[in-house]
Design a protein around this ligand. Structure first.
Ligand code: MTE
Ligand code: LUZ
Ligand code: MOS
Length: 750
């Protein structure tokens, strides 16, 4: 099935927050953010701003009736700064005016005196000074200390990976207005409607039932709207509630880039030990996460970094410690992969270092250490239905890795100004929120009298195609045409207590809740059918909108069946609730069975480097991906392509630059380079691994949202290989992103 949104997206008809027709009297908001990264607010003067024509109100922490607290996991972040500021752009006040221009003008007239404190932007410095957001966490298996003596080779190194701007096409935004009975309705561009509802209730000191949050769709999230849509929704809600007028905010791109958190940069140290035959015997790492000025989702993200710190490998002795470091940057947040890419880059770097020192191909080490059936993951889960070896072997056969390697060698021996490189990137990604209670979802299904169907779930459509998949679920359970089915907006009054649409679990969780609801409705309809045909329920089923009796088509159609059930006073509405079975995790031991299943895959990436200019093109990316039994190959392949390109961008071109005073220098698209059509690999080939798929995946179709991003990590190592082919003095290092500037330095470094 084609993505139901495609046509409206390309014709510009899809509705986002900024497209909602506004009510008369709507006011427009703008955020006044701290101009300094760290300090004490000595004085703030709104008078000049307030006197500007069109300005209707300026709100600060003093106007908050409830608690000035937006922290989710840990309550350490105010909506508006009170006495201190901790990052540039930290919201201090919210101006609302009759139009956006007036609001933005007023922001410039606010005067603030700040006594400046020391600014820290480096996580290692923060850790040395004891500035941690949460206590360090360690994942351990076996005993590394005893194992080093048994290793034939030991290598150590340092790894840096940079942050990443989400660059969702729709910036953060919200539209809030008062409704009947002292209630408020908020349209928010959020991945987490319930989170917005809960925090807005806290800020306004209202029960959650007074706050209705509605999301039609969002123009991309990529994790950037899991937590960080909330403050803007709360600001609009606060002003709207106090003034009893509609208030809208939609961030300008530059403000969005400056104010919001990004993927966490990490600085890491590793030590890896191998046997003579290249088995990895021990791995130790310290990972320093640059958390920014408040926790936000960092504690959960650092968890996933640890879970995936050995990627697709089985290493009998591991000890990985992660530090979440407090710095004076915007709080960093969820971003596709949720910390896993950062951890995987470190283990891949350790393997690359070992291979380069031993003068062997990196894949020689990779292929000898893949996790196998019944091995234990570091976190205690037993590996079941492991497909990494299968993916790699399929890739090797289908795409002839040996030949690719040979061809590259030949090319490199014949060319001096151009060099090629190749890398293999295996992935293993656990599916489920690592916090077990979040793995639940609900769906509400109405069958209307005319046979059309309306569906509400907690899933937010952000371009990933979840709404299309939900339609497929209902259509397959009822065996009706997809055009009978409509997915309603995500709304907290229809479906309550939702988890954010994240962790790649949106389709699994909400789709399964929907499947459960549809199945109970189907059961009722089949009873009605049996009554109509005066037969047993086991003798009837619906097929292609038609009742089938004892395998023979009848002339009774879906519409008639629904109508009969309605007249018989059968409820045509149902709620479904789904909670992932089996999973559990004990944080005190760091052991358990946190994931419903794992997604595996292998990518082969090749690059051609122009050794005069330092610029490069990725020639081919060939992927064998374990989709399970994909329920929508168009959407799933699209997710693989999008994730891959986003991963390549993170590894090779997207470079966030912060000045020492904490100011974001790369705050626009002229200074922050994201992949465009020219930097997309020239060929992307995707092969689906043939498996029947796990029972815990929706219709055995595995989650797809995040895992493919990590294929992009291979781009770093392919590029590094091509540099080595030109400059034999180049000592492999791990400092992502490997931008063209950095490539050029390495091509000619001694
Ligand atoms: N694809 C598009 N087009 N836009 C997005 O914002 N977000 C990604 C991924 N794919 C995203 C996307 C992230 S971070 C996640 S967690 C999943 O989609 C969320 O959707 P799912 O759980 O339904 O897969
Ligand atoms: N969000 C979250 C996530 O809250 N918990 C997770 O485990 C997770 N994993 C991936 C992406 N977002
Ligand atoms: Mo995705 S990082 O789980 O929103």
């Amino acid at each position: 099935m084609k993505n139901i949104d495609s046509k409206n997206h390309v014709t510009g008809k899809s509705v986002y927050v900024d497209d909602i027709p506004v009510q008369t009297g709507t006011l427009y908001g703008a955020v006044f953010g701290s101009p300094k990264a760290h300090g004490k607010i000595i004085n703030i003067d709104f008078s000049e701003a307030e006197s500007l024509e069109g300005v209707e109100g300026i709100f600060s922490y003093k106007d908050i009736q409830g608690r000035n607290q937006i922290g989710g996991i840990i309550e350490d972040e105010p909506l508006f700064a009170e006495n201190e500021v901790h990052f540039i752009g930290q919201p201090v006040a919210f101006v609302v005016a009759k139009n956006e221009i007036a609001a933005r003008k007023a922001i410039k007239r606010i005067k603030i005196d700040i006594e400046e404190f020391e600014v820290i932007t480096d996580p290692r410095v923060a850790q040395e000074k004891g500035q941690l957001l949460t206590p360090p966490r360690t994942f351990k298996m076996g005993n590394v200390d005893d194992e080093w003596a048994k290793c034939d080779y030991i290598f150590e190194g340092k790894v840096e990976s940079g942050g990443q701007e989400h660059l969702y096409i729709e910036t953060q935004g919200s539209y809030a207005y008062p409704t009947d009975n002292g209630s408020i309705k908020i349209h928010s561009s959020t991945q987490g409607a319930t989170l917005v509802q809960k925090i807005a209730a806290r800020i306004l000191d209202l029960p959650m039932h007074r706050i209705e949050v509605d999301v039609t769709r969002i123009g991309g999230g990529f994790g950037g709207k899991e937590d960080q849509a909330t403050p803007y929704a709360c600001m609009a809600a606060l002003a709207s509630y106090i003034l009893q007028k509609p208030v809208k905010i939609s961030l300008h791109r530059l403000d969005d880039m400056q104010m919001t958190g990004k993927r966490h940069p990490y600085s890491s140290d590793f030590k890896i030990g191998l046997s003579k035959d290249y088995k990895i015997l021990a791995y130790q790492a310290s990972l320093y996460q640059n958390g920014g000025a408040a926790n936000d989702l960092s504690p959960a993200i650092i968890g996933r970094t640890l879970f995936h710190s050995t990627n697709a490998y089985f290493i009998p002795n591991t000890e990985v410690t992660a530090y979440s470091c407090k710095t004076n940057l915007p709080p960093n947040t969820a971003f596709r992969g949720f910390g896993a890419p950062q951890g995987m880059f470190v283990i891949e770097s350790a393997i690359a270092k070992a291979a380069s020192e031993l003068n062997i191909s990196k894949r020689t080490i990779q292929e000898r250490n893949f996790i196998q059936e019944n091995d234990t993951f570091q976190y205690g889960q037993i590996a079941e239905n492991v497909n990494i070896g299968h993916c790699y072997q399929t890739a090797k056969k289908t795409y002839h890795i040996d030949k690719i390697e040979k061809d590259i060698e030949e090319f490199n021996s014949k060319n001096t100004n151009y060099k090629k490189g190749m890398a293999i990137m295996p992935i293993c990604f656990g599916i489920s929120f690592t916090k077990t209670p979040m793995n639940q979802a609900r769906a509400l299904v109405h069958i209307y009298q005319d046979g059309s169907v309306g569906i509400s779930t907690g899933a937010v459509e952000m371009g990933q195609g979840v709404n299309t998949k939900l339609i497929q679920v209902a259509a397959s359970v009822f065996s009706i045409n997809t055009n009978r089915i409509k997915i309603e907006s995500t709304n907290t009054t229809r479906v309550a207590n939702t988890s954010p649409t994240a962790a790649s679990s949106g389709a699994d969780l909400n789709g399964n809740a929907l499947r459960i609801a549809c199945n109970s409705l189907l059961e009722r309809l089949v009873k009605t059918a049996a009554k109509i045909l005066s037969c047993d329920v086991s003798e009837v089923r619906i097929e292609n909108e038609t009742l089938v009796h004892k395998n023979k088509k009848t002339d009774i159609l879906w519409e008639q069946l629904v109508k009969t059930a309605f007249l018989d006073r059968i409820s045509l509405t149902e709620n479904g609730h789904y909670a992932t079975p089996i999973i559990h995790f004990d944080k005190t031991k760091e052991k358990g069975h946190p994931f419903a299943y794992h997604v595996y895959g292998t990518a082969i990436i090749t690059v051609t480097l122009d050794c005069i200019r330092g610029i490069y093109e990725f020639d081919d990316v060939k992927i064998v991906h374990d989709f399970g039994n994909s329920m929508n190959t168009i959407i799933d392949n699209g997710q693989v392509e999008g994730g891959l390109v986003q991963g390549i961008g993170w590894m090779t071109m997207e470079e966030l630059a912060f000045a020492e005073d904490g100011r974001l220098l790369s705050n626009s698209l002229s200074t922050y380079k994201v992949p465009d059509i020219y930097s997309v690999p020239k060929n992307i080939d995707i092969t689906a691994l043939k498996t029947k798929g796990p029972e815990l995946a929706l219709l055995r179709s595995k989650a797809i949202g995040e895992p493919p991003l990590m294929y992009g990590i291979g781009a770093y190592f392919a590029l590094a290989k091509s540099i080595s082919a030109f400059n034999s003095n180049y000592k492999l290092d791990f400092d992502a992103p490997l931008t063209p500037e950095k490539v050029l330095m390495r091509l000619y470094g001694k």
